[in-house]
Design a protein around this ligand. Structure first.
Ligand code: SPQ
Length: 429
């Protein structure tokens, strides 16, 4: 599919959606299931392209993984059960897969080589390869291990005491996964809280990890045990329909069983600050990963400032929040979000460029963007640039455009939300 035409319908969006499984938690369920001993059963696994790349890598490392429609079964044999792959590990478009995989392979006494797609080839890897080298892993790659293709040989790791230069759950998780295999206790200090799914997974798999403010401590030589995981709906996917419900006149949408992990719920805080009509109900008290239902209704919105420690809690939602802000009264400023430059695309540039094409008043800054609200969007030809979150943001923008929108490269959306268009269309009936 090279492009898709989205016609203006001027129709309210109404109905209920079961949001697909969380991408971050789905990746980790395969990884932890593979390094644990025993069987792990996963329900509501996200069958998006990124998570399928993770399954494919672990199969190449010798792990038996069975997929059926509603259940993923992983037959783990512990860290020692992983085998030297005789094929190249291909992570596709997935930053989470490559960075966490490097943390696991850093402790394995064999050789692996890793590649990904064009976008992965531009994403910085030094943030994980450098501390993993300090722990004792041998890593080679383009530009001295800064970019793929990479190769890694591990084993015999020493613990690390590391201050993360950026709030990144992927770097933190890679070091925790290496730390689990090191000879002693590692400590990792975060500059701000990032998503904590890895820490929750360790406990769920019977392991131990401590957190004291922003300092995480993990002991090496732990044995994890297979378990049962139910993956909550992905709040980053729900975000597209939260914004659709808030900006398409007359809409009312219910989103069921969405993950409400407090390290991921920045979008709720922002929408409340902007005056959205958003209700959260039926929260489960699950200590693994909390979830609940969300109801969003169209309402008047006002601009806001988004910055500081809130940024890691909504980093992947910034493209869709930018669209939301185009429909608010007043100005919205997003600051301290430099990390957007090293995602699947430079999301400061792609958001500003594509929304400008649709008639929005938006400016890029060094660390974020300024959005002047109250724009009436026109229509035109736009592109996902191969970035799933840009593609979905533009498809939601098309719902409020006066004219037709031609969206190029919509197939990128299957990275995290394969049935996105089916869900969108179901709300128009
Ligand atoms: O996996 P990938 O490609 O890095 O995916 C993205 C996304 O938009 O889906 C980022 F582009 O999410 C990251 C997120 O930004 C997933 C993630 C995780 O699962 O640990 C953490 C965040 O990245 P980081 O670099 O801040 O650790």
């Amino acid at each position: 599919m090279e492009s898709i035409k989205l016609q203006p319908t001027n129709k309210a969006l109404n109905g209920e959606l079961e949001i697909p499984g969380d991408k971050s938690i789905s990746h980790r369920s395969v990884m932890f299931g593979s390094i644990a001993k025993g069987v792990t059963k996963v329900t509501n696994f996200l069958p998006g392209d990124d998570c399928l790349s993770t399954i494919s890598c672990f199969r190449k490392l010798g792990v038996k993984i069975e997929e059926s429609e509603n259940l993923l079964t992983i037959y783990g044999n512990g860290f020692d059960g992983l085998k030297e792959p005789d094929e190249i590990l291909d992570v596709g478009n997935s930053g989470t897969t490559i960075r966490l995989l490097l943390g696991i392979l850093a402790g394995r006494p064999f050789y692996s080589s890793i590649i990904g797609d064009q976008s992965i080839g531009k994403r910085p890897m030094t943030r994980v390869t450098e501390p993993l080298r300090q722990m004792g892993a041998t890593i080679n790659g383009r530009k001295d291990g800064a970019f793929t293709p990479l190769s890694i040989s591990g084993g015999g790791l020493i613990p690390i005491h590391y201050k993360l230069p950026v709030a990144s759950a992927q770097v933190k998780s890679a070091l925790i996964l290496a730390g689990l295999q090191a000879n002693g206790e590692s400590t990792i200090t975060e500059p701000a809280k990032s998503r904590d799914h890895t820490e929750r997974m360790i406990r769920k798999f019977g392991g131990e990890i401590q957190k004291d403010n922003q300092v995480i401590s993990v002991n090496g030589n732990q044995t994890l045990k297979g378990t049962e995981i139910h993956v909550p709906g992905d709040i980053s996917s729900a975000a597209f329909f939260l914004v659709a419900g808030a900006i398409v006149t007359g809409s009312e949408i219910v989103l069921k069983n969405v993950g409400l992990n407090p390290t991921r719920d920045g979008i709720i805080e922002v929408m409340n600050k902007m005056g959205a009509s958003l209700d959260i109900t039926q929260q489960t008290g699950d200590s693994f990963e909390p979830m609940g239902d969300m109801k969003i209704k169209f309402s008047k919105l006002k601009g806001t400032v988004i910055e500081g420690e809130l940024i890691p809690k909504l980093i992947d939602e910034i493209p869709i929040i930018a669209l939301l802000a185009t429909q608010a009264e007043g100005i919205t400023v997003i600051k301290n979000a430099e990390e957007l430059k090293v995602k699947e695309t430079n999301r400061i540039d792609t958001v500003v460029q594509e929304l400008t094409k649709l008639g929005a008043a938006i400016e890029a800054t060094n660390d974020g963007m300024i959005i002047y609200g109250g724009s009436s969007l026109t229509g035109g030809t736009v592109s996902s640039h191969g970035d799933h979150r840009i593609g979905m943001m533009l498809a939601i923008a098309a719902q409020i455009c006066r004219g037709e929108v031609i969206l190029e490269n919509p197939e990128a959306i299957s990275v995290s939300y394969p049935n996105f268009f089916a869900h969108l269309n179901s709300l128009k009936n």
